[in-house]
Ligand binder design. Structure first.
Ligand SMILES: [Zn+2]
Length: 201
């Protein structure tokens, strides 16, 4: 039986790089893989972009409200698929994560989902929460905070200043509020910047 894998980490922990490397490893052995991401992620639209400069177009986007298993079947066609790789998996709905488990277990195709565990307020993304519940295998991809500790949170900055309230999703948008960026941080540095607040409290 194939398995559902969730490889999670803070921002800039190399998730897209790891995904593209995994795809390459399959293809080097002559096996076909499919790459997907949720449509909600506006960053790079249909591209999976590694910070190392490698990028690749996804085979299909999982539209909001779509059945991910049906989307996968439509993209796969009749040729055998060795693996499904999903980037930005935190933006899937819980129901779409359920679909990923069905692909792994019922269709016997390994599914590797990569994503961020929590948002800038330290709350789990709905897709990530479901992946933590369902995945056969959890693997943390690590990156370091500016202080050298392991980063586990993603602090949000607007025009270079930390904010701890706002919508869960605000990806590189030139909002009227200013330029949104993120910094991967350890709990010590996060709580120092937030004045002890977590979850906006
Ligand atoms: Zn730190």
């Amino acid at each position: 039986m194939a398995k559902l894998y969730f490889r999670y980490g803070a921002m800039n922990s190399g998730k897209s790089t790891a995904l593209l490397q995994a795809a390459y490893n399959y293809e080097e052995r002559g096996q076909r893989v499919l790459l997907a991401k949720p449509e909600i992620d506006t960053k790079g639209a249909d591209q999976i972009e590694s910070r190392l400069g490698v990028s690749r177009t996804v085979d299909f986007l999982v539209a909001t409200g779509a059945d991910a298993r049906e989307s996968f079947r439509a993209a796969a066609g009749d040729a055998p698929i060795a693996c499904l790789l999903v980037d930005e998996a935190q933006f899937l709905t819980p129901g779409q994560v359920d679909d990923l488990l069905r692909i792994a277990v019922l269709d016997d195709i390994p599914v590797l989902a990569y994503g961020i565990r929590t948002d800038f307020r330290t709350e789990a993304f709905p897709g990530s929460a479901r992946l933590l519940e369902l995945a056969h295998s959890l693997e943390e991809l690590k990156t370091i905070c500016r202080c050298g500790r392991k980063a586990i949170f993603n602090a949000r900055l607007i025009d270079g200043r930390f904010v701890f309230d706002g919508d869960q999703v605000a990806i590189d948008q030139g909002l009227t509020t200013g330029e949104v960026t993120y910094e991967s941080m350890c709990a010590v540095c996060y709580l120092t910047e937030s004045g002890g607040r977590l979850d906006g409290r």
